[in-house]
Design a protein around this ligand. Sequence first.
Ligand code: HEC
Ligand code: HEC
Length: 216
Amino acid sequence: MMTKAITLLLALAGFLPLAQAQDAQAGQAKASMCMGCHGIPRYQASFPQVYKVPKISGQGAQYIVAALTEYRKGERHHPTMQAIAGSLSDKDMADLAAYFSTDVPASMRKVVAETPPAAPAEVAALIARGACTSCHGVNFDKPIAPTYPKLAGQHADYLFAALRAYASPDHALFGRNNAIMGAQVKQFKESELKAIATYIGSLPGDIHTVPESRFR
Ligand code: HEC
Ligand code: HEC
């Protein structure tokens, strides 16, 4: 299989530790249950809210594990993702994270500039108020910790839904209980969160939706 050969090549070329390449191979086999949503470009989720399913290919492996663990623990509410994460072992999560963090084909990868296209002045002021770049990186693509998400180029409607979810930590269908982001979003109106999401979603980034190889 194409991707298998690529992960092995990356390992041989020294880009990936061999153990990680092996995990990625195991993850590819498990990823079939994710593809119906995360493998269809711009696929729209309709329950519990309408927005595009997040891009997870090229996302940081440790963040993928952190997010899945939060769904499993119920710190992030979302009926489907909670059911799916609840069925995964720690090893499954590590394998899936190894796969999705490395499955972006070379043809889709671009070098992301350190300095992003400038934000409109009013959005720049909001981002400065939240000091968003101090954690997510100046270009929103290089977070300061591997457990923090890459945001650049994520679907804007998903980013907006995620930001609103941190403001309702206990909502049974979409609440997100996270101390850092919960404190962040409190200082903004919804229209401001939407403006921030629109800008970040427009930026070039590492994250993509990669269709299953047979559709490429
Ligand atoms: C039925 C559709 C569906 C399936 C199948 C599915 N997901 Fe998801 N996934 C979603 C949606 C919708 C979200 C956004 C949930 C939210 O708002 O928190 C999501 C969120 C995520 C996130 C968090 C992304 C972020 O940026 O925080 C990760 C990681 C993830 N899914 C991984 C997986 C993996 C791995 C599988 C397969 C084992 C999988 N998903 C299967 C629909 C799906
Ligand atoms: C102190 C560090 C820090 C700051 C400052 C910060 N974030 Fe975050 N952000 C995080 C962490 C950590 C997470 C992951 C939380 C989780 O696990 O749900 C996160 C998650 C997010 C998510 C969800 C991404 C996804 O894929 O689901 C969005 C959107 C986001 N941040 C946007 C922002 C914006 C916009 C600002 C500024 C207003 C900001 N962040 C400021 C640390 C930070």
